[in-house]
Structure formats: structure tokens, C-alpha cells
Design a protein. Structure first.
Length: 506
């Protein structure tokens, strides 16, 4: 039986079509003119030399992260410490320095165990993120004024988050092993650089990216452990188990799914159980805060509240948001089980996380970080990616200008009507990217990843696996993918055949 890493395509690597984006993506081809144009026909594509694709992607991602740090310099130097509106007019706000004092790290308080002064009685972040914040405070050896301590705390966190960025870039570049350059979408994403140091989300994103790499290599237990750890840092990684259940159901890979699910539950418990038992009030603060949180920035619920002039009840919004998310999941499940070809893992994960973001009652600007690595794997097309990124950058600017308007006495900035337009741009951009991903699922010949003959490079044991459960029209599909003009005719849904072995009939 061939390994999971060998089932992507029944072709020798030397016969694989050229999948470099500058040869297959018109936008990437045009952009490459800035550095001399597309690689030539005789350019080396192997791993020779130090500047391998993965290393180049990692260096570019770190460079963009550094530019994002530079963008925060007006706030680092003075705007965080001189009133509220300045940090918004310069679009360089970050939670990190403010919570150094606001959550008791400056006083040596221990998250979840020590009660905080003020309205927020305990740290409102999951346990692993709280540990990340605590480690950064231990590494903050600066003395002197509180301002100096806050500056150093942000810098220490930025260094730790830069490591997370490198991990994300490497993992995304290696998940689709024959398409490392797709990770440049992540590395060059402007929204990534702008939001990377607003909060601590990159910890969960890095663990999730590592989990997807492990799954692509057929390591179900490692995937589950990393997803459990990621969920202990942020809630959204748990959503990955839903698409995995659907795909494993369609392929009959119940053992691998059970291994991943048990690994995730075990890892989450290992991290959470000690705090849950010794500091139950502090531990549950994240969950009660999420439940009780009012309709907030970035959501279509806020547009409704502002347009009607009536505040929305939290319980009602929680109920309706949950129902909308469930409806979206039902639609994604129908797509997963009824598509003519089993969707790729990254495609379904992107759709589920995007559905959560679209229906949630709050959309903080750093939440875009959850989607960027998934978008690079689900839809590696520069035009669509840049359209979405443009919408997200407009939203990034819109929220700070709106906060500048609401916090300044002269109301200089973006009024509510303008901010509602920024929210609409974010929603429409995300919906657009979801639409093209769904189109790729329904019309796999449009999927750039599959045009070289691949099945699911991020699918691990699902890659090339036979379908055992399908519904609707997928129950009697053609046994080949409609192929690109310059691509091969591709069989799917069967494992590679050994000589003399009969091929299942269509």
C-alpha cells in the first residue's frame, strides 16, 4: 500500500506540469516584472542552493512583519500614551501595551488566579494565550516608567509573534509540497502585516498551520494534538474538526478522524484542566465573556443596530448567530458530500472559518489572520486574493477612522455611515472569496491546485482515497475531472493501481 505522501498523483515528479504561479497566473506574471519577469524555461526548480522556495517565503513573511512593526512606530513612540484618538488617526493601535497594565502583568498578577481591579475581573483569553502573555511579561526585564515597560512588552511580544509568523510561512509553503510559491500570498498579504501585532492571534494561527501540515503528511495524531493546543489559544481552530469529519465520512476514514479528534480533546484537556480545577472562575471568564459580549465592531449585526437605532439584545443575537452558523454548516456539509469530486480539505476549512467570521457578532481587524493562510491554500489565485485583501485593508483603515471619529471632540474621522460601508466591503470581499472557492468545488477543472493532476495535496490520507459515501449527483459522477487545456486527464477516487490490478468501473 503506498503511503499518504505518494497518492497525490500517479505521475513521476519529472512529469509534473510546471505549477509556478508566474507561469500559470497572469497577475503573478505581471507582478514578477518588478524583479525581472517570470523564471525562464531552463531555470532550476530543485532544492539546490540556500534560497529554496520555503526559505524565500519565510524571509519575505518576516520582512513584511517587520514593515508592519514600522507601521506601528508612531504609536510605539508616543500615540499609545497621549490620549485615545491619536493611536486611531495613525491606524497603529495594539491591545498588547494597553493590556500589560490593564490585565495586571505590570503588577505581577497571575492570569486566571489573581483577581483584577476594575470591570474585567479575570483575563478574558483562553489559557494558552494567557500563558503566552505571561511568558512575555517574564521576559520583559525593562524597568523605569510604565511607558518604557509597555514599549518593551510590545517589543518582546512582537519578537515572539515574529517566530509564529515564520512558522506559519514554512508550514503553508510545505503543506502543498509541489506548490511552495503559493505561500507568497500569505507572505505578501498587506492585511497580515498590518494586523500581526494588534493581538496574540498569531499563536493560534501558527499552531493551526502546523496542524494542517501534519495532516497533509498523514499524521493524524500530531494534527489532533496541535488542533487541541490551537483551540486552547483561540476557539476557532476547533472548527477544523467539522470539515475533517465530513471528508473522512465521504472517504470512510473513520479511524484517522477518531485519532485526530481524541488527540485534540486530550491536548486541550492537558492545557486547560489544571487551570479549570485550580482557578475555575478565572478559567471560565473567556467563555462567559464571549457569551455576554455585546454586538461589536465589524459585524453586520452592528450595521443593523446602527441603522435601526435600536440596541440588539445579546441573547437574541447569540441565538440568531448560532442558527445562521448552523445553516451555513448544513450547506457546507451538503457541498462536501454532494460535490462531483471530494472537496479539498483546505477549501472546506476556509469556508467553515469564513462562515464563523461572517455570522459572528464581532469582527476585530486581526481576525483576518485566521483566514489568510487558509485562503492561500484554498484559492491560490492572486487576482481573487488581492481583491479580498483590498477589502480587508479598507476595513482596517475604516475601523480606526471610525474610532477616531467617536473618541475625538471634533469628530474628525469616519462617521457611522462610512464605517458601515467599510464593514460591507469586508463582508462582500469575504463572500466573494467564498463564492470562488465554492465554484472550484463544484467545477474542479477551475481549481488551480488540481489542474496539474493533483487530488488533495493537503488531504493526507484523503488524498486519492476512494469515496464510500456520497449523496445526490455525486453518487454517479464521471470518473475523470474536466481538465485544463494544458493539463492531463485525471482519475480520482481510487488509490494508485498495482500492475495487473483491476480498476473499478465508472
Amino acid at each position: 500500500m503506498p503511503s499518504a505522501e505518494e497518492t497525490s498523483v500517479n505521475q513521476d515528479r519529472t512529469q509534473r506540469p510546471d505549477v509556478r504561479p508566474t507561469r500559470r497566473d497572469s497577475v503573478a506574471t505581471s507582478g514578477s516584472e518588478l524583479i525581472g519577469g517570470p523564471a525562464g524555461r531552463f531555470a532550476l526548480r530543485g532544492s539546490g542552493g540556500w534560497f529554496t522556495p520555503v526559505r524565500v517565503v519565510a524571509l519575505v513573511a518576516i520582512g513584511m512583519f517587520a514593515l508592519g512593526m514600522v507601521q506601528k512606530m508612531p504609536c510605539y513612540n508616543w500615540a499609545w500614551f497621549r490620549g485615545a484618538s491619536s493611536q486611531y488617526t495613525h491606524a497603529c493601535y495594539s491591545d498588547i501595551p494597553h493590556l500589560y497594565v490593564g490585565r495586571g502583568f505590570s503588577e505581577g498578577l497571575i492570569p486566571y488566579f489573581d483577581r483584577l481591579p476594575g470591570d474585567m475581573q479575570y483575563l478574558e483569553y483562553p489559557v494558552l494565550t494567557g500563558l503566552f502573555m505571561q511568558v512575555a511579561s517574564w521576559l520583559n526585564l525593562a524597568g523605569g516608567s510604565i511607558q518604557n515597560q509597555e514599549q518593551t512588552y510590545w517589543m518582546v511580544n512582537a519578537g515572539m509573534l515574529m517566530i509564529c509568523t515564520a512558522v506559519i510561512a514554512v508550514c503553508v509553503a510545505r503543506t502543498h509540497r509541489h506548490r511552495p510559491w503559493d505561500a507568497l500570498l500569505l507572505a505578501l498579504a498587506p492585511a497580515f502585516a498590518l494586523t500581526a501585532t494588534i493581538n496574540w492571534d498569531l499563536l493560534a494561527v501558527a499552531l493551526t498551520a502546523a496542524a494542517m501540515l501534519m495532516w497533509s503528511r498523514g499524521r493524524a495524531l500530531a494534527f489532533g494534538i496541535l488542533i487541541g493546543l490551537a483551540t486552547a489559544a483561540k476557539l476557532y481552530p476547533a472548527l477544523l474538526l467539522g470539515p475533517l469529519l465530513l471528508l473522512c465520512w465521504r472517504a470512510g476514514r473513520w479511524r484517522e478522524f477518531a485519532t485526530a479528534a481524541l488527540g485534540a480533546a486530550g491536548a486541550w484537556l492537558v492545557v486547560n484542566l489544571p487551570v479549570m480545577l485550580m482557578a475555575p472562575e478565572g478559567w471560565k471568564k473567556f467563555y462567559t465573556f464571549s457569551q455576554e459580549r455585546q454586538v461589536d465592531f465589524g459585524s453586520f449585526w452592528l450595521i443593523i443596530a446602527q441603522r435601526t437605532g435600536e440596541p440588539l439584545e445579546v441573547d437574541s443575537v447569540n441565538t440568531y448567530a448560532t442558527l445562521l452558523m448552523l445553516l451555513a454548516c448544513v450547506g457546507i456539509a451538503a457541498l462536501a458530500l454532494g460535490a462531483p469530486r471530494r472537496p479539498r480539505f483546505a477549501q472546506l476549512v476556509f469556508l467553515v472559518v469564513a462562515a464563523f467570521i461572517l455570522t459572528n457578532k464581532v469582527y476585530s481587524p486581526q481576525y483576518v489572520l485566521w483566514l489568510i493562510p487558509l485562503a492561500a491554500l484554498a484559492r491560490p489565485r492572486w487576482r481573487d486574493f488581492l481583491i479580498w485583501q483590498a477589502c480587508e485593508v479598507m476595513y482596517f483603515l475604516g475601523i480606526w477612522m471610525y474610532l477616531a471619529y467617536t473618541t475625538s471632540t471634533k469628530h474628525q474621522g469616519l462617521p457611522p455611515e462610512g464605517y458601515q460601508l467599510a464593514i460591507a466591503l469586508h463582508l462582500l470581499g469575504t463572500l466573494y472569496l467564498c463564492a470562488v472557492v465554492v465554484r472550484d468545488i463544484l467545477m474542479p477543472e477551475r481549481d488551480g491546485v488540481r489542474q496539474d493532476g493533483s487530488d488533495d495535496p493537503s488531504g493526507g490520507v484523503l488524498d486519492g482515497a476512494e469515496d464510500v459515501f456520497v449523496v445526490g449527483r455525486a453518487a454517479h459522477p464521471p470518473r475523470h475531472a474536466a481538465h485544463a487545456v494544458d493539463g492531463p486527464r485525471v482519475e480520482w477516487g481510487t488509490q494508485p493501481q498495482t500492475p495487473g490490478e483491476a480498476r473499478p468501473s465508472a
